[in-house]
Design a protein around this ligand. Sequence first.
Ligand code: UGA
Length: 430
Amino acid sequence: MNVCVIGVGYVGLVTGAVFADLGNEVFCVDNDKRKIDTLNRGEMPIYEPGLKEMVKRNVDDGRLVFTTNLSKGVKTAKVIFIAVGTPPKPNGESDLSAVEAVAKEIALNLDDYKIVVNKSTVPVGTGNLVRNIIEKHRRSDVEFDVVSNPEFLKEGSAIADCLNPDRIVIGVPNHHVAMALLELYAPLERTMLITDVESAEVIKYASNAFLATKISFINFIANLCERAGADVSLVAKGMGTDSRIGKEFLQAGLGYGGSCFPKDTLSLLHTAKKFGEDASILESVIAINQDRVPRFVRRIVARLKPLNRKVIAVLGLAFKPNTDDLRDAKSLEIIKALQKKNAVIKVYDPVAMDNARSILKGVTFCKNAYEAARGADALIVVTDWNEFKLLNLEKLHQEMRGNFIFDGRNIYSKERVESAGFEYHCIGKQ
Ligand code: UGA
């Protein structure tokens, strides 16, 4: 099938590569010429395991094309995916200006029946909005349909998630339209759920907000465990073995970051308010998450005060492992708070260092964890990279001046860290 994906961000790029890998002819369009040039040189604008190889294979075979030529992409395709960004406005509302601009461009190039698919995360009602824009700007009475097909991939495991999704949600205005999407996704042999457009739009936000709720809930329990002398890891295990609860997304820590949960919870909150619905459940989820870093910093300060000129090694900058993404990363928030108290910051991340250089000021970038630890008074774990779990703690201890570890992701066991000579502080346990 001929497919056009507009917007070569995380979702668009991975979706385009996977559709091409399934044997479709895919045009990936972006108005950022630099990004398209980068991709045409065979370089990836993001770090995602397996992506580079998949892109190369399909570009070499001629099934995957990167271009700024939206007109050609739209005219060639039967199905057009909109996968542009929907960043938050200051009031939490999703900024749909990129979606609106693309809808207009599609309308101006509509020469034949097309299926326009919203893959961007967009609030309920956006399907209608896109439909209205295309109707207004199309040059003739060419037919088209607008579908909602939200994406559920996670950064760091995007290819695997895209190839093996738990479910594929297709929100359609009529069942006839669903056939083309069913055909496109059929090779994956996964569960497909056909809904109306509005339900599909809500499913995306409800899923992300529910996962964020699980995280904030376990972080609230972690706070309680710290006071009551319980161990949140054991509590999460005990809860998670109940199949109705499930063990995923019950890892207590510094809270959720990244480009999705913070933005999507705020957007859903805005939508609920717009419809006049009480959303205090979401307000609590967001408030708990926003207090994770201040609470962690308070614990560091309480033990190390005064922080003035104390050297702190920060392990992990990416918002989670297996990505170089720093959007809404807890590291940035923590480093800013510690710098405000005049701490000296040394940092290391396995893949996010290049991205961090343009964002972080006044820190020392180190080649590895041991170099970051050299001369430090305390070491803090911000991202749970596997590499950090396997560090030689005795060697780390020898490198340091002080002996504190503040483990924001509970990657170590207290016994192991203490036997290496450290004083250990973690989340949700003594
Ligand atoms: C999330 C969803 O998991 C995807 O299903 C969705 O498609 C995506 O948003 C999106 O809307 O595009 P992602 O943001 O890539 O994916 O990352 P997650 O793995 O969900 O992690 C989000 C944050 O929650 C990270 O900061 C992570 O450290 C944190 N987290 C996750 C916890 O603190 N505890 C957990 O138990 C799990």
